[in-house]
Design a protein around this ligand. Structure first.
Ligand code: ADP
Ligand code: ASP
Ligand code: MG
Length: 488
């Protein structure tokens, strides 16, 4: 039996001392069962956002405000480390805090050094005034660098044989800062050199998600939400038996429970369905998480660190048969629709290629495309490259683009071969103005674009239509019976 398991804990699962102690218990539970975990952790909740805002503030020349942000982060980490070290003793003996604890002093010392380093970069940035993606990655990496080291020390205090691994030594990427591409062969080699021997010694390696470095040692990041991706890369690299994504909801739900409070837990879902959902906006899983797992057929579980007894969602190679067409509804916001219209080019050969070459040149990924004889509508992430893309495209055709759009995407293996589904979809969202419509080439998704402000309402209407009589083989109905929410 393969005992290796990668356990990834997201920001809310390590948001404060209490959450970190829960995490330690969950890991200890796996060790007690004879499993050999590698732990991947995110930055504490909201830290990545705050580091990005400190960077943007410093780049505007507002040094004082940027340093005020890092000062609050310094205090939060300092206090969390104190609570982790003294929490139990403090409850039993309020004077414990005044006793000197040399381990805690050492923890505070390395933290101070890290925050001093971060502040030095921000001071420099405030003078230079130019925030490059490389500097941004350097700044934002501090979240995971500090959380992972602090959590390793907390695990050790809880009796785990934990050992800190700097993720940047193992997760080798190219130099596309902000969304760097992992170099699989190098990662596998580094993991075999640096992590596998620790496991053989019975230790529990703990590393930060999201961060990596180039072969030359320059810090990079894998894109927002990238700690899931790190977990999958580590799982693939060490040939783990399972990857566990521990988060703040009971698993993959039929919709984002923040948008749709009636959302149900999906008990099992296929790799293909999960990948599609993640790609089309279900934040619970980073879109790149599934591929490394599929390549090596590693099972993936999504679990709730606040409710570890819940069996979560199992992602498997084959889809369980389900009587409803869809398993879940995802929404991707902050999109732009670009319309490219060229009557001159009507029927001309190579037209689409010329258009897509422009997106390729600007490394601008596309979500959805629909074409007519003279026009092509394209949906894309709103980003700073759009004006340059539009300028290049306008050499070929007339170009218009409009932001604040959202893509609503319904995913399920059972769409194929069922009649009348499109009619039910459009009937249930008849009050919403639909822009582009597509049934994905994979035949497991059906999507449409709407105004961003209409997206949540569209999800709730679709959910009411398609999940009012859920199949108990696939969805968790226990929660409805007990009136228990997805987060408990
Ligand atoms: P973490 O910090 O653990 O990585 P995230 O915030 O990235 O957690 O992802 C978990 C969140 O994803 C949930 O709190 C939920 O609001 C959101 N979410 C969006 N779509 C779904 C879905 N289909 N199922 C479950 N959660 C979803
Ligand atoms: N901390 C990073 C983020 O917030 C990565 C992650 O949590 O997955 O995007
Ligand atoms: Mg996440």
């Amino acid at each position: 039996m393969n005992r290796l398991v990668v356990m990834k804990f997201g920001g809310t699962s390590v948001e404060d001392a209490a959450a970190i102690l829960r995490t330690a218990q969950i890991v200890a539970g796996r060790v007690a069962k004879g499993l050999e975990p590698v732990v991947v952790v995110s930055a504490m909740a909201k830290v990545t956002d705050l580091l990005l805002s400190a960077a943007a503030t410093a780049a505007k020349g507002d040094r004082a405000s940027a340093l005020a942000i890092t000062e609050r982060l310094r205090i939060r980490h300092h206090d969390t480390a104190t609570q982790l070290a003294l929490g139990r003793e403090l409850r039993e003996d309020p004077l414990a805090a005044t006793r000197s604890d040399s381990e805690l002093t050492a923890t505070h010392a390395w933290m101070e050094k890290e925050f001093d380093g971060l502040e030095e970069i921000l001071r420099g940035l405030a003078v230079v005034g130019e925030l490059t993606p490389r500097i941004s990655d350097m700044i934002v990496s501090y979240g995971e660098r500090i959380s992972s080291r602090m959590i390793t020390e907390a695990f050790t205090r809880c009796g785990l044989n934990a050992v800190y691994v700097d993720a940047r030594q193992c997760i080798i990427t190219d130099a596309q800062y902000g969304k760097a591409i992992p170099q699989d062969a190098l990662i596998e080699r580094r993991l075999k050199e640096q992590v596998v021997p620790l496991l053989a010694e019975g230790r529990v390696p703990v590393m930060g998600g999201f961060i990596g470095s180039t072969e030359q040692g320059v810090t990079t990041t894998l894109g927002r939400g990238g700690s899931d991706f790190t977990a999958a890369l580590v799982g693939g690299g060490i040939d783990a038996g399972a990857i566990e994504i521990w988060t703040d909801v009971n698993g993959i739900m039929t919709a984002d429970p923040r948008v749709c409070p009636d959302a149900l837990r999906v008990k099992t879902i296929s790799f293909e369905e999960a990948a599609e959902l993640a790609y089309f906006g279900a934040k619970v899983l980073h879109p790149a998480t599934i591929l490394p797992a599929v390549k090596k057929n590693i099972s993936v579980h999504v679990l709730n660190s606040r409710n570890p007894e819940n069996s979560g969602t199992r992602i498997t190679a084959l889809a369980t048969h389900c009587r409803s067409p869809f398993k879940s509804i995802a929404v991707k916001k902050r999109l732009t629709i670009m319309d490219v219209v060229a009557s001159r080019m009507l029927m001309s050969h190579g037209y689409l290629k010329a258009i897509f070459d422009v997106f390729d040149k600007h490394k601008c990924p596309i979500d959805m495309v629909s074409t007519s004889e003279v026009s092509v509508s394209i949906s894309l992430d709103s980003n700073e490259k759009l004006p340059a893309v539009a300028a290049d495209l306008s050499k070929l055709a007339d170009v218009k683009y409009e932001g604040r759009k959202a893509l609503v995407c319904m995913v399920g293996e059972n769409i194929r071969g069922q009649n009348g589904i499109a009619a039910r979809v459009f009937q249930s969202v008849r009050h919403v103005n639909l822009r582009m419509i597509s049934q994905g080439a994979s035949e497991i998704n059906m999507s449409f674009m709407v105004e961003e402000d209409d997206a949540d309402e569209a999800v709730r209407s679709l959910h009411a239509e398609f999940f009012s009589d859920p199949d108990p083989a696939v969805f968790d109905l226990e929660a409805i019976r007990q009136g228990v929410g997805s987060r408990e």
